[in-house]
Design a protein around this ligand. Structure first.
Ligand code: UD1
Length: 338
């Protein structure tokens, strides 16, 4: 399949591009580079051994998006493009709604105009909101506590409504906590500014870019008091997209379906710190500080639907996640070249 990958220069997008090519598909990247580097593209060509067509523009630009799909030959779209920092989304909510919904509107109109039907959407476990239910099955109600999360809930709803008309066929993939990097160490996560998420923060402390990690809370009702999350290797996550794409092609009668992409296991913050220290041989000094507003004690997936229907399962261990993150971080201490 010739596949438009929006946000294809970003963290999860870039890893998915490599796996699409490995599976015999033809990925085409479109990315505004507001939160990614164009210098990832030669590395994608190096890893795939092929030329990767890429386009740099803001996907809210409906004319440009339509012109690209109008080039023809597209069989599907994987839509990663969007803003994703929870805290920032409360400070500039309008930017979040405008970017995340605007790209989806432009894409859906362009797909409709040019007869491209299949869409795999980058959603998040954040759509389960503040729930105590773990593991989390797909049937839980969706809702949010912050604008970023609401954009995911709303985009899911928009896509469901459009799919119900028969105009699109949609896979909603709800990611748990993506970490790790391609085992080559050539591509990985490169957050701009201070990382919001645990793994890039740990790896920047280990490589000496930051002094100490702050552990947000050790008084949760968990074995060591720190919060549990379902960390999933980005390579497993990327494979989930290839599997979902195949499912859409094999099940033209299914208009829309949602799948959790997680391991089903919770790992605590302190377990992750210990695993990273073991994998990197570097110390990760930390301080215990207060809880972060909005955090839950435990978040992990019930991944059984994806296994039953997509034939997909996460196989990579926490040790591999740490080793691969470290290979990327130590070889690229400042991330991608500007
Ligand atoms: C966060 C978002 C979630 C989003 C996801 C994307 C919040 C409240 N949730 O999830 O909506 O979909 O990122 O990947 O922001 N931690 C520390 N110190 C740090 C950073 C994190 O102790 O410097 C802890 C957190 O309290 C949490 C765990 O590490 O217990 C994981 O945090 P993080 O990587 O930010 O992911 P989530 O909070 O699960």
């Amino acid at each position: 399949m010739r596949v438009l990958v929006t946000g294809g220069a970003g963290y999860i997008g870039s890893h998915t591009v490599v796996q699409l090519a490995a599976a015999g598909h033809e990925p085409v990247v479109a990315d505004s580079h507001v939160n990614s580097r164009a210098s990832v593209l030669p590395r994608l060509e190096e890893l795939t051994g092929t030329r990767i067509e890429s386009h740099s523009f803001d996907l809210r630009d409906a004319d440009k998006t339509s012109a690209l799909l109008g080039e023809g030959g597209f069989d599907a779209v994987i839509h990663f493009a969007g803003l994703k920092a929870v805290g920032e989304s409360s400070q500039i909510p309008l930017e979040y709604y405008d970017n995340n919904l605007g790209t989806t509107f432009a894409l859906l109109r362009a797909m409709d105009r040019h007869g491209v039907c299949r869409l795999v959407f980058s959603s998040s476990a954040t759509v389960y909101g503040e729930t105590d239910t773990v593991p989390m099955p797909e049937e839980l109600e969706t809702r949010s506590t912050n604008p970023y999360g609401w954009t995911k809930v709303m985009q899911e709803q928009i896509l469901r409504d459009v799919a119900a008309t028969g105009a699109a066929q949609v896979a909603l993939l709800r990611y748990f906590n993506p970490v790790g990097a391609h085992p080559s160490g050539r591509i990985g996560e490169d957050p701009q500014g201070v990382p919001n998420n645990l793994m890039p923060f740990i790896s920047q402390v280990a490589v000496g870019r930051r002094e100490r990690l702050q552990v947000f809370g050790d008084d949760y009702p968990t074995p060591d008091g720190t919060a549990l999350r379902d960390y999933i290797h980005v390579e497993d996550l990327a494979a989930g997209h290839v599997a979902a794409l195949q499912y859409l092609q094999d099940h033209p009668d299914v208009p829309v379906r949602e799948w959790n992409l997680g391991t089903g296991h919770g790992t605590s913050v302190l377990e992750m710190v210990a695993a990273f220290e073991a994998g990197s041989g570097r110390a990760v000094p930390y301080d215990i500080v207060g809880r972060r507003a909005g955090d839950l004690a435990a978040v992990y997936a019930d991944p059984s639907r994806a296994e039953a229907e997509l034939g997909w399962r996460a196989t990579r261990t926490i040790e591999q996640m740490c080793a691969d993150t470290w290979r990327w971080q130590s070889a690229n201490p400042q991330g991608y070249p500007a």
